[in-house]
Each structure stands twice: as C-alpha cells, then as structure tokens.
Design a protein around this ligand. Sequence first.
Ligand code: BGC
Length: 768
Amino acid sequence: MKDYIKIHPWKVIENNFHPEFNRISESIFSLGNGHMGLRGNFEEKYSGDSLQGTYVGGVYYPDKTRVGWWKNGYPEYFAKVLNSTNWIGMCVEVDGEILDLNKGTIHSFQRILDMKEGHLSRTVIFEFPKGNKVLIESTRFVSMIYPEVGVLKYSITPLNFSGDIKIISYLDGDVINEDSNYEEKFWEEVDKESSSYEGHVTLKTKKLNFHLCTAMKYDVSLNKEKIYPSAKCSEKEKYIANEFSLSCNKNDTLTIYKYVAITSSRNHLIENLKDKAYRILNKAFEEGFDELLLKQINTWENIWAKSDIVIEGDDSSQQGIRFNIFQLYQTYTGEDHRLNIGPKGFTGEKYGGVTYWDTEAYCIPFYMSTCDKEIAKNLLIYRYDHLRKAKENARKLGFTKGALYPMVTMNGEECHNEWEITFEEIHRNGAIAYAIYNYVNYTGDKSYLEEYGFEVLVEISRFWEERVNFSQDKNAYVILGVTGPNEYENNVNNNWYTNRIAVWTLQYTLEVMDYLKTKDYNNYNKLISLLNLQDKEINKWKDIINHMYYPFDSKRNIFLQQDGFLDKNLSILAKDLCLNELPLNQHWSWDRILRSPYIKQADVLQGLYFLEHEYDLETIRKNFDFYEPLTVHESSLSPCVHSILASRLGYKDKAYELYLRTARLDLNDYNNDARDGCHITSMAGTWMSIVYGFAGMAVKNHTLVLNPYLPKQWESYSFNIIFRECPVKIQVNLGDVVITNKGINHIKVKLFNKEYLLPSEEKLVVTK
Ligand code: BGC
C-alpha cells in the first residue's frame, strides 16, 4: 500500500515528485471524456519510467494471437485499443539543454487532478543541469462537451535568468502499444501538414482501416499579451512540429495555449476526416481556453449534481468515492452505444480497452441508478447486438445451439486466448442474463424483455442445456471443467457459482416466458416460433433445474466452491500469509496458487450477492465466514462484493475496511498494479458498497428498499439515484434518515421494513 497521494475531498494531489511511482501517478492522473482519454504523462520530454498513452474509444487493432501451444477454438487475435497520437507534446529547450524532469533538480512539484472541475494541472520548479531555473505550470482537459477536443495551457517562467527559451509544440503518432504481441507498430501515416501555429497528422491502422486525424492549433502570449513569434515547421514520419524561440526576461511568463481536435473514421467519413478536424478545432480555438474551461466546469457540475456521494467526517472515504465516480464518467458517458466500459478505461493498456463480464456484473447498477435508463439499456443492447457472434462462438467450440458470450470482446468476437478463461470461464454467460433481470427489476421496463431480452435469455439457456451433462454416479446434472470467478482455480468440476447461475438463468428464462405468455398470447406465439423454441427444450430446462448437483459441505453447512475444495490445505488463513508474499500473483508460482485455498475474488459469495433475495442471512453468514478469510482480494472486483455482504451481516468494521480497499484501490495501490492503469469497472462496485452496502438499497416488488446504517467513521452521507424516473435523494445522518422524492411521480419506499408512499416533491424523515 502506498500513501503518497494527499487526501482532499475534491482533489487528487501529488506533492513532490515520486519518480518511482510515476507510472502509478500516470494512471491516477488520467483524463477522459467517454470518447477518448490519456494518461497523466508530462507534456515535456521525460526519460524516466513512463507509459505514454493516448486512446480513442473503439479504435482498436486485432493483434495476432500469440500462444505457446495453439488450441482449437482460440481466437485469431486479441483486440487492443490503440495508443494513438500524443497531442500534449511540448519540448522546452534553454541554453542548449532540453527540459527533462529526469535530468536536473526538481525544487518543487505538485500535480492536481481537480475532480470537481474536470482538469489536471501541474506546477514545477525545475533547475536545468547548467543551473537555469524555471517555473512550469500546465493545465489540460479533454472536453466533456466537445468529445473530440483536447486543450492544454502550458506556461514557463525563467526564475533566475534572462535568455532564449525554445519551445517545440508537436503531434507524435509514432507510438507503440507496450503490450503489442509482436512488437509491431500498428499505425501507418496517411498524410500530415504543418504551417505556422497549426498542423495535423492523419494515420490509419494497418488492419481494419481505422483512420484518425489529430489536428492542433496554438497561440502564444507573453505576460498575458498575445504575441506572434515566427514559427518553424518540421516533420518526421507520423510527426509534425512547430518550433519557436523567444528571448525572455527573468520572471516573464511565456504561455502556449494548445488546442487539438481528434476525429476518427468511427464517426466521420474518411474523406472528410481532416476537414472535420479543422472545423472542430477552429471552433474550439475561437471559443478559447477560458470559455472551454468554463463549459468543462459546468458539465462536471451537472454530472456531480446527479451522481455525487457526499460523505461528511472522513475525507479519505470522500476522496475515494469521488475518484471512482469521476473515473467512471471519464470512461463511459453512455453517449455512444457502440462503446463499453473497459476494465482500465483510458488509463492504461492492460485488458486492451475491451469488454468483460465486469460491465454486466458491476457497472450496470451504477449507470442504471445515476443516469437516464436508456444508458443502461444501451449497455444491454450492446450484448443483444453481439448475439449472432455469441452463437458463432458457441458453434466454434462445438455446441450445436445456444450462445456463449465472449469473456473478452471488442466487436462480439472472443479475443481472449488463455484456455482456462476463454473456454472455461463460462459463468460470464450468467452475468449477461442476470443484468437483464437486474435492469428490469430496477427500472420496471418490461418492454425490454419482449424486444430484446427474451431472445438473449433463450440462447444462453440453450447453451447451458448443452453444456451440462447428466452424471449417472451423482444422479444429477453436473458442469465439468470450468473456471469460476475465482481465477486461482482452473478446470474444476461443479463450481457452485457456475451451476447456480446456470440454473438461475433457466429459471428466469421460464419466468419471462410465462410473463410474455400472459401479457400478449399472440405476440408470445410469434416469438416462440421465431426462436423455434421447442417443448422438449423447455422440458429439459425444467429437468436441469430440478436435478442440478450443487457441491455442499453438510458439516459446515456451506456451498462448496467446487467438488474438490475441501481437499485443500485450509489451515492458514489469508490474514496469516506473509505480507511480503502478497499479492500472491506477483510472488508465488501459478502452480502454488492453483493448489492453494486462496481465493482471488468472490465466487460462492458472488452468487450469494447476486441472488441474495433467495437466501436467508444465516446461509450468507456461514458462507461468508468460511470464504472471506481465505480471500486475498487480488481482483479489483473482490472487495466491493465482500463489503456489501459484510454490511448485510452487520460486520461493520469489515465492511468499512473493504470499502476503503475498493474506493482507494488505485489511490493507495493496494494490489501493486495501478501502474498498468486504474481499475475502472470495480469503481462501480465502490459505488455499490455504499448504496447497496451501507444504505442497504434494493428494489423489491417495485418498491425502493433501504436499510441504511452509518459507518462509525462518518458523520453522515448522502447520494442521489433515479428510481422509476424520479430523482431521489437519500441522506443518512446520525439520528435520522431523510428520503426526498424530487420527481413528478410518487414512489413506494420501504425504510427499515416499514412501507411508505412518498409523493412527488416530498420528504420522508425517519428517526433512528
Ligand atoms: C478478474 C476478472 C475480470 C478481469 C477484468 C480479472 O482479474 O479475475 O473477473 O473480469 O480481471 O477486470
């Protein structure tokens, strides 16, 4: 765990430069606007450890699969969101020396991510090796209102000398993805041009023909007066630059305002890309930095108004949740339904910017509750649109029917190629079905089922039907050779969670079928014949539901994670492991991990969390008490689920400890991996730890259920949700709970087990 980030309710602050943590800071100080983003790299040259990263959502490359031993069924490629043109580049030269924070003396350093206003700034006093001292100040943002626009204000002030300062403002598309399988460069140059104060670079990907045009324009001022130094253009492959030199007096401030527009062939015709980029760029340039910044602040103000969680009395928790909410909206705004939520968003290359089960299992609740329901619906439709490919995927693996959604995807095709995940982590199919239930239950929008949901459910059910087999020995259906959510065990038989979610899917599909039948019989018949759903299939589903085998330990009264779990050496709990061996995945051999009883993330408990309404508290308690102490939480997705269940069980200290672990996972680098990027998808889990955990929120029978408590470290907390089209504010204080319905309809609320009808614009105050 690291604690070099200063605690502040609205800001993420690094005081003093920590070069040893620079990659972590680059992840944490990332910026994004749902459409594109970049890591917190320095504008000027930096020869120390750094991962330069600029990404545009959906612009990816099918990087040819690289494996030691090819297995039939592997995908041909792994899709990667591409590192693209670096647009913040500024090279500063004084007296023949290039400014490089790795080669000189840093007298003071501060970088601040202002989450309230949505920008990143940095102030540095730097001394060049020859002794010239400068103050550098920079502020940049990617516009939330103009998704293709990025803006940078960069100032330099000589502090102990007068003399020439040379600035090179550049665009550099000659970039690589560090995780490229064959160290291949993915971009080719299409065209470029530079003239005084502006220029562009257009690139295209070697495969798939994505085109990206990055255009820049800048102006310069000296002590706030606009000046027009003569600029020299230069070009290299995939690179353009503008260079000018200015003689400055001591304490003069030279400022460059750099504007960029980045257009891609995802949104524009290739032949119009350059013109579009310049049109967007010129508009941004005319508005100017201050106006664009104001719009940025206003946009974030609106986002915070609907999604902020305010925690009084604990700035560490406050900073954590705001950082999580901020990163979620930087990653996905819901405006482009073709995009999804990559586990690292725009903050790093790991996981390639592609879609995982994380979206359905973790992110949907956040977007469903804080945004218009269309956004969550779009996330579901994203999978509906991939149904054909999911069916193809199942055929590729030898199934004669049904759909197997990919574990990792960009366009619906599987692109993960570790056999234990690609072929075995089939539980992901269950999460996709569960998300449909979750959405319908929360929003009440049953029309989704008819239009899209039922078809997806049927195809997933068909997959389960064929994936199970009947064991004569057990006289029950079993599911063999799987990996559950806990990736620290592979190729196990009867992972309880997988068996349970498979049966749950079958049950829910039948339930939806009954609903559709009663709702509109004619339409139902049409759907059934369209899907060619046969009675014999339905009967088989019922048989599987009634005769599924679930591993169970009757001594402890717990569900078993898999058939062989109790054969493991269970004598050492996770808390007794040596600290210097954690995280296990960075210290132990894979063989040792697989044989150990240590659990990466919720597995049985994932099932009890999803299906909590089907289990009593004692069952949850017994399983939690057994599994949590063996859990190392080395997946970012782990602490949040455990925190929610701990809240439910009244384990308040545990719930709080795990809340901090999820909320501050990247800020404190708990898992020693934030250097690869922030854990964006688990951030939605942080939101759930408060809303589902501390506040005990659920929706049952169209009623908003709340059972809140106040962690003892907090004075109060409040959050906003949208429930059945009504904005609702929930405020939990020491002595009371206040629920305000700001909507135009009444809503049904159940608070501490008592039901209320809460009319529009009214408040419910219940003293504890
Ligand atoms: C977890 C998976 C998750 C993936 C992306 C892995 O470490 O085990 O469950 O889908 O990360 O977040």
